[in-house]
Design a protein around this ligand. Structure first.
Ligand code: MN
Length: 584
């Protein structure tokens, strides 16, 4: 807090100072749910936008953003007092606010209106984006502060807002390249959406986090000295803990095994110039051996969302792994602030020297994907009005162009990187589906397992019980999930042969029979529930039950402990869509 006060001191009669006075007066007497003065909220939003290096008009509009909606100040007054630009921004934010959102957690009866709301919400957001990005920046700052203070609201409202944040705002921030914001929004939403999982994660990871933090703090001076010896003076070395929400997602893909997460805490090295990035990487590799396949050059090949950095994992002192992220200050700001950072650099290099910000309109037009999105939205808005589901589906496909969305025969959407193969697809359904894959059909036609998939493909994986992955697959798979599982399975195969030779007996197993009414994400929820109890899954098979509507999942799990089994049955019965669970 305080940066806005400084701005006002610098220019007492300026736009920001006048907006401050106006908003403070308009909200006087109003309180937030927490009991504090309402004005604290627009002020906090303005502080956030100032931190993102946005211009005075945006900061002023943030101070005023709730005056029209909540205090009845006429837009015309805002226009007269603060001019067209600020009035336009305030109006844009006000219009975006008129959305009731339910999200995908609501019950089935309201599924239709729910999809409609979501579609409407996205449509408004896209329009605002293409008109002036600053409207969306204000909305994001508004949401960030509301999420930071969500604790004061009643639980039902907390859940609704958290869901909307997770499904709309965080992906939007991500797409705008604002990774830090996107991550913070997801992290703030996580405890409200998954309270049990959150508590579990805290309990299992707290020690690991502390241990890693202490280790890196200890190593930090050595790294500084090492770089210094080679004439590299970093601007900053930061120790960054992985966010809980992304850690949880990663754990779901890693069989809940914390030991397989290398970037729990990473060391971030910020240097002055591009050559220094590579020099620092070389120096670090010379001192500590890098882990194979963990070196990623996102400078030469930026991520589709423009993220740039060098990543590497090395074996540090005491044989412990360290992940390094090396980047310049400019890359760092772009990674943190995304599109907003471009704004900053434009302003700085403005040849007129008057510090005039480029218009939000111009900036939006320069972003090719924003333009494409707008064209596409206009094309679609007419025909899709009758079918919000369809609008959402195509929205997702076009919005995330670097991703493909392939579909299971039962309508589960699997999100994969560009040119992923049926093997990647199979491993994203479940590791056992991947391990036992012997063939694939795309849109009803048999294809080879290395066939590149495209968005909208309906993919059916043919499996055979007891089948093991082939080493060949490593040559063409595109995802680390697939690669890791294939390697793991190949290793297991070797040790199984050895174990059999040694005459050891097989592990305890039980087959769970789960009768379900299928829905999107159900298999993931079932396997997640089992994995959370730290019980290994040996195989997972699905068949349609007699009559058609229900499915039977047969899951072989690695335990025959009756207490454990009863517990997992109890938990699985609580999963939405599960009708009956039994074991033998
Ligand atoms: Mn607000």
């Amino acid at each position: 807090m305080g940066a806005i006060k400084d701005l006002i001191k610098q220019e007492p009669g300026g736009l920001v100072a006048r907006a401050y006075t106006f908003a403070e007066r308009a909200h006087r007497g109003q309180l937030r749910k927490s009991g504090e003065p309402y004005f604290n909220h627009p002020l906090a939003a303005a502080e956030i936008l100032h931190e993102w290096h946005l211009d005075d008009a945006t900061v002023a509009a943030a101070l005023l953003h709730d005056t029209v909606e909540d205090t009845g100040a006429p837009l015309e007054t805002i226009r007269k007092e603060f001019g067209n630009e600020v009035a336009f921004l305030v109006d844009g934010v006000t219009k975006l606010g008129h959305i009731k959102y339910r999200g995908s957690g609501a019950d089935a009866a309201s599924a239709d209106s729910e999809a409609q709301n979501k579609a409407e919400n996205l449509r408004k957001m896209i329009l605002a984006l293409s008109e002036d990005l600053r409207v969306v920046f204000i909305k994001l700052a508004d949401r960030l502060h509301n999420m930071r203070t969500l604790g004061a609201l009643p639980p039902a409202k907390q859940r609704r807002i958290a869901l909307e944040t997770d499904e709309i705002y965080a992906p939007l921030a991500y797409r705008l390249g604002m990774h830090n914001l996107s991550g913070e929004l997801q992290d703030l939403a996580f405890p409200y959406l998954y309270p049990k999982e959150y508590r579990w994660l805290l309990s299992v990871s707290k020690e690991h986090f502390e241990e890693r933090m202490n280790y890196l703090e200890e190593i930090k001076p050595r790294i500084e000295r090492l770089l210094d010896d080679h004439g590299i003076k970093p601007l900053a070395i930061e120790i960054r803990a992985k966010r809980y929400s992304s850690l949880y997602k990663k754990l779901l893909r890693r069989d809940m095994d914390l030991g397989r997460i290398y970037d729990l805490v990473a060391m971030r090295v910020v240097v002055e110039t591009l050559p220094e990035c590579y020099a620092a990487l070389g120096v670090i590799h010379e001192a500590y051996p890098p882990l194979p396949r963990r070196i990623k050059d996102y400078i030469a090949m930026p991520k589709p969302n423009a993220y740039r950095s060098l990543h590497t994992t090395v074996i540090g002192p005491e044989g412990k792994t360290i992940e390094f992220q090396i980047r310049t200050k400019e890359m760092h700001e772009e990674n943190e602030y995304g599109v907003a950072a471009h704004w900053l650099y434009k302003q700085k290099t403005d040849p007129t020297g008057k510090g005039k910000a480029p218009s939000g309109q111009k900036l939006a037009a320069e972003l090719k994907w924003v333009q494409q999105l707008k064209n596409w939205q206009e094309r679609l808005s007419g025909e899709s009005a009758a079918d919000p589901e369809e609008f959402l589906r195509s929205m997702k496909i076009d919005f995330f162009q670097d991703r493909i969305f392939a579909v299971t025969p039962r309508g589960d959407v699997i999100d994969l990187p560009f040119a992923a193969t049926p093997v990647d697809f199979a491993y994203h359904i479940h590791s056992e589906v991947g391990n036992s894959a012997i063939g694939a059909k795309v849109n009803g036609v048999v294809v080879s397992l290395d066939h590149p998939l495209r968005s909208g493909d309906v993919v059916e994986i043919v499996t055979q019980k007891g089948k093991k992955p082939s080493e060949d697959w490593l040559r063409f798979v595109k995802t680390s999930v697939a690669r890791d599982h294939i390697r793991l399975s190949l290793r297991k195969k070797e040790s199984a042969i050895r174990a059999a030779a040694a005459g050891s007996r097989s592990l305890a197993r039980t087959e769970l029979k789960i009768l379900v009414e299928d829905r999107v994400g159900l298999i993931k929820d079932i396997s997640g529930t089992i994995a959370q109890s730290r019980i290994g899954i040996v195989s997972f098979h699905t068949e349609t039950a007699k009559g058609g509507k229900l499915h039977v999942n047969r899951v072989d799990i690695q335990t025959n402990d009756k207490r454990k089994l009863d517990k997992i049955v109890e938990k699985l019965r609580g999963v939405r869509g599960v009708r009956e669970v039994s074991y033998k």
